[in-house]
Each structure stands twice: as structure tokens, then as C-alpha cells.
Design a protein around this ligand. Structure first.
Ligand SMILES: *[C@@H]1O[C@H](CO)[C@@H](O)[C@H](O)[C@H]1NC(C)=O
Ligand SMILES: *[C@@H]1O[C@H](CO)[C@@H](O)[C@H](O)[C@H]1NC(C)=O
Ligand SMILES: *[C@@H]1O[C@H](CO)[C@@H](O)[C@H](O)[C@H]1NC(C)=O
Ligand SMILES: *[C@@H]1O[C@H](CO)[C@@H](O)[C@H](O)[C@H]1NC(C)=O
Length: 495
């Protein structure tokens, strides 16, 4: 037990040293030659189990960005363009199958960039690319070029992961921005930008935030689609393709302050919010100056599946329980209720008053319905997970995706009907009263022993950590945030 508590602390110290050394490497190497161009025939091999979490193979001439092997979570490998001062990955290859950090992996450039792993072969490559050189521009754009051609054969700016940077065009034909946990996406429509929930059984991708370009005319068929671009003056602009006419701006908090010369990014984060940040070398930190959704209760999964978010208090409760029950209320569902095996009802029902959803403007609805009609339509449809009804307006909102966080509204006319998947029934029908009592007594004894053990362990740990405190203070003031990010990528939904 004691060992178990000391090991994570040591791991944190080692990780902090690793991040620091990755940064130092570049600082120290400033005077030396850095690789700024890859030619055909280039090969780099990742050293299996390398201690530094980032191994650069190509640098931007300004020394601010580098491209190389990045450790993701504790043991996975990806290719990334990293902002060196913050260790933040601005772009990553994000293949369906990530590499394994503890095995060698090879990056080659032979007309196209290819990442291979001895066990699984090709993990990722720039498809249909014929290039002669690879460079990392001062904008952080990774570009594969053909000598004679001015247009890049491939560029990372056309293949964003979860982040957009200054002067990167985000268009209707760009792949969507996908959060690291792969649960949320940002897409452009012809005249709007929107956030969607992803991977809910693949059937529906419900929209939970939408911003329509103010001065565009969606109904005008000859008007070209919009594209978005992050501007150094502190806004995200929407423009018409072709002419570049500006049709809207999302201005950030720093817009009026005319802060120039700072590096900016906009990232779709794991909580489903889209936030903008700027980096200043004085503060050595990312400062957020924009978020698409301002309240926690406005986020689609802030209290988890079957959670209820109470605004103001921003407190999470569970849909079906007393207020004291805290989330997570239920495991996330990823398939619908249609795949029944024929033996009876697959779900239980929960009904609740004073309930709504933060993004109902973005959901399809039916009008002129009674609460009973609203509920019945959902009950009879196996791809429906719930229905919200407003008796004041007669609006009915069927929820055709697994139930996520709902919003508390102090209005008795707002009611909800929700399906909860029945757990597979246990093989043995219940325990006898005697068995139950014996189990309870045994559980109490075990719980008591565990508590005593935990207390002793805690005292030992406390004494050790007091002794260690001085040492940690010298080692830890590195980029805490990056460590947190690395750790959080661990529990992602990456397939
Ligand atoms: C972004 O779009 C503008 C206008 O179409 C264009 O001039 C510029 O070269 C594009 N930038 C990149 C990096 O493709
Ligand atoms: C439709 O959009 C095009 C291009 O922006 C513009 O020239 C035209 O006047 C618009 N038509 C109408 C009816 O607004
Ligand atoms: C709403 O329903 C009532 C009764 O079913 C019907 O008389 C009325 O025409 C409907 N209104 C609309 C707008 O559909
Ligand atoms: C069931 O619900 C889905 C999603 O709301 C809808 O597309 C479909 O038409 C419904 N099916 C029936 C039979 O009503």
C-alpha cells in the first residue's frame, strides 16, 4: 500500500523532468543546426520507451514549433506539431490505431509521410500525396511540397485535429474539428458553424450549439459557402469563399484591447466547449479570451448521462434520484434500444417534471402535442431515448440519442419521459434473507478493515510527503497543465 502511494508521486516528478528536458533541448539547441527540411528518403525511428514525451524531427525556422513523435497518455504514440514553450499539440495525426510508445516506430518520407509500427504496419500516411520536401512553416503549418508547384501537395492546415491556429482556413470541405476524447465535433455549414455530439451509436449527431453568420443569406442559392479563420486581432471571422467578404465575427474578450503579436489558438475541448486562447511569453501561459458556451449547464454532458444540471448553483443531480445522489448517474450508452433479443421490455421508464435541455433550439420538434402523445410516440420507437414536452407551447422534442445531461427549469409544465436500459437479469434469482444478512456482516467487516488500512497508509504517506515537500517544490514548477493534459488523454474514448 505504501509503495502504491509513493510510485505516483515519483512518476509525477519524472514526468515533470521529462517535459522540462524536452523544452530545454530546444532552448539549448538554438545556436545549433536544427532540421528545418525533410527530403525524399528521410527516415526517423522512435526510440522504444523514450523518456522524453516528445521527440522532434523537424523544426519551424522561428523555433517556436516542432513536428515529431508525441507520447499520448501513458503509453500511446502519435505524430504531432507541438508548440514548444507550452508542450501543447496544435495538430496531431490521430490515426484510428495509435502507436505504442514502448515499441519502435518509424516515420519515413518518400513522396508521402508514413508512420509505421513493426507489429501493425502502416498506422498513418498522407494519402494521395506526391511531394519532394516537407517543411514546418512559422505558422505551425506542416507542408508537403512539390518543387515546381506553389500549392502544397498536403498541409496539416487542411486536416485539423482539435485545434485551429492563426490564419488557418476552416472550410465547408475541411474535416471537422474533433475533441481529443472524440465525443464532440465542430463543423461548418453553408452559412453557419455548429457543435455536435459524436459517437452516440453512430445514428444521430445532435447539434448543441450553432452560430449563423449574421450577414450571410442562407436562402440565396448563388451565394458561396462561408469559411472561418482565426485573426490575430482577437476574433474568429466568417467570410464568403471566393471573394473573401466578411459576413460575421465572433469577437474575443481581448478584441478591444488590440493585443497584437501574440499566438492564438481555438480548441474544441473534451467538455464540448470551443475556447480560444492566446499565449504570451511573459506569462508563459495560455489565457482564454473566448468560449462558445458560457455556462456549465449549457454544456451537453456537464453532468454525464442521466444527469440534471441546476443553473446558478451549477450543481449536478441525477434524474431519477434524490438530490444527494451525485453523478456519474449512469454509464454512457453507445447503442440504441433496437437490438432486442425478444424477451420483453428492454428498458425502464423515468418521468420527471421541471426538466428541459439547454440546446432545445437545435433539436427537431413536433408541435401541437399533448404530453401523452409526446410520450407515446417515443415509447413505441426503439431509436427514441426520451421525450421532452412543454405544456405551455405544445412542443414535443423527441430525443433520438442516448440521454445526456438535462437542464433544470422551475416550470411544472416542462416534463420529461426517459428510457433507462434494463441491466441483464442475473443468472441466480436473488439471495435468501440469511445469505443477505451474512453478506452484509461480511461487507461491514471488510469495510472496517479497509478503512483501518487506509488510515494507516495515509499516516505513513503524510509523514513521507512532508519530508519530500522541499524537494518537490524545486522540481515541480514546470508546466503542470501539460501533465494534466497528458494524464487526461488517458481516459479518452479513442478507438
Ligand atoms: C486561406 O484563404 C485565403 C482566402 O481564400 C487565401 O488567400 C489563403 O492563402 C488561405 N490560407 C491557407 C493557409 O491556405
Ligand atoms: C446572392 O448572393 C450573390 C453573391 O453573394 C449576390 O451577388 C446576389 O446579389 C445575391 N442575390 C440576392 C437575391 O440577394
Ligand atoms: C392542434 O390540434 C387540434 C386538435 O387536435 C386541432 O384542432 C388544431 O387544428 C391543431 N392545430 C394545428 C396548428 O395543427
Ligand atoms: C423513430 O424515431 C426516429 C428518430 O426520431 C425517426 O427518424 C423515425 O422516423 C421514427 N420511427 C417511427 C416508426 O416513427
Amino acid at each position: 500500500m505504501r509503495e502504491g502511494m509513493v510510485v505516483p508521486a515519483i512518476a509525477i516528478i519524472i514526468a515533470a523532468l521529462c517535459v522540462a528536458s524536452a523544452v530545454l533541448l530546444v532552448d539549448g539547441a538554438k545556436g545549433e543546426e536544427l532540421t528545418t527540411l525533410l527530403s525524399n528518403g528521410f527516415t526517423a525511428t522512435h526510440a522504444a520507451g523514450a523518456t522524453a514525451p516528445f521527440e522532434p524531427v523537424l523544426h519551424a525556422p522561428n523555433g517556436v514549433f516542432a513536428f515529431g513523435f508525441l507520447r499520448v497518455g501513458s503509453a500511446s504514440l502519435d505524430l504531432a506539431v507541438v508548440h514548444l514553450s507550452s508542450s501543447f499539440p496544435l495538430w496531431s495525426a490521430s490515426p484510428t490505431r495509435l502507436g505504442d510508445w514502448s515499441r519502435p516506430a518509424t516515420l519515413t518520407f518518400d513522396s508521402s509521410l508514413v508512420l509505421t509500427d513493426p507489429e501493425h504496419g502502416v498506422l498513418w500516411q498522407t494519402l494521395n500525396t506526391i511531394g519532394d520536401t516537407v517543411v514546418l512553416l512559422d505558422s505551425s503549418n506542416l507542408v508537403v511540397r512539390r518543387y515546381a508547384k506553389p500549392m502544397p501537395a498536403w498541409q496539416s492546415f487542411d486536416n485539423p485535429s482539435d485545434t485551429l491556429v492563426l490564419d488557418q482556413n476552416f472550410t465547408v470541405s475541411s474535416p471537422p474539428l474533433i475533441s481529443k476524447n472524440r465525443r464532440f465535433a465542430l463543423r461548418l455549414g453553408k452559412s453557419y458553424m455548429a457543435l455536435h455530439m459524436e459517437s452516440y451509436g453512430g445514428r444521430a449527431m445532435p447539434m448543441y450549439w450553432k452560430h449563423t453568420a449574421l450577414q450571410s443569406q442562407p436562402e440565396n442559392a448563388t451565394q458561396p459557402p462561408v469559411y472561418g479563420c482565426l485573426d490575430g486581432r482577437g476574433f474568429f471571422g466568417l467570410y464568403l469563399e471566393g471573394g473573401g467578404q466578411k459576413v460575421d465575427v465572433l469577437s474575443f474578450d481581448t478584441f478591444a484591447q488590440s493585443i497584437t503579436g501574440v499566438f492564438r489558438r481555438m480548441t474544441l475541448e473534451d467538455d464540448g466547449n470551443l475556447r480560444a486562447y492566446y499565449w504570451t511569453s511573459e506569462s508563459k501561459a495560455w489565457t482564454s479570451d473566448y468560449k462558445a458556451i458560457s455556462e456549465r449547464c449549457g454544456l451537453p454532458t456537464s453532468c454525464g448521462a442521466y444527469g440534471l444540471c441546476v443553473p446558478g448553483e451549477a450543481q449536478c443531480q441525477c434524474l431519477n434520484d434524490s438530490p444527494s445522489t451525485s453523478p456519474p448517474c449512469h454509464a454512457e450508452e453507445t447503442t440504441d434500444l433496437c437490438a432486442g433479443n425478444g424477451d420483453g421490455q428492454l428498458f425502464d421508464v423515468v418521468r420527471r417534471k421541471r426538466v428541459s435541455v439547454a440546446y432545445k433550439e437545435e433539436l427537431p420538434f413536433q408541435t401541437n402535442k399533448t404530453a401523452a402523445e409526446c410520450e407515446q410516440a417515443c415509447a413505441a420507437n426503439c431509436s427514441c431515448w426520451g421525450a421532452l414536452h412543454n405544456a405551455a407551447s405544445g412542443y414535443c422534442y423527441p430525443i433520438d440519442f442516448p440521454v445526456e445531461t438535462l437542464l433544470y427549469e422551475a416550470d411544472d409544465r416542462k416534463v420529461g419521459y426517459f428510457k433507462v436500459r434494463k441491466l441483464p437479469s442475473p443468472k441466480r434469482p436473488g439471495m435468501s434473507p440469511g445469505e443477505t444478512a451474512a453478506t452484509a456482516v461480511l461487507s461491514l467487516i471488510l469495510a472496517g478493515l479497509a478503512a483501518a488500512g487506509a488510515y494507516i497508509g495515509y499516516r505513513v504517506w503524510e509523514r513521507k510527503s512532508r519530508r519530500r515537500a522541499g524537494m518537490e517544490q524545486e522540481l515541480v514548477p514546470g508546466p503542470y497543465k501539460d501533465l494534466k493534459y497528458m494524464a487526461s488523454s488517458n481516459n479518452s474514448f479513442k478507438a
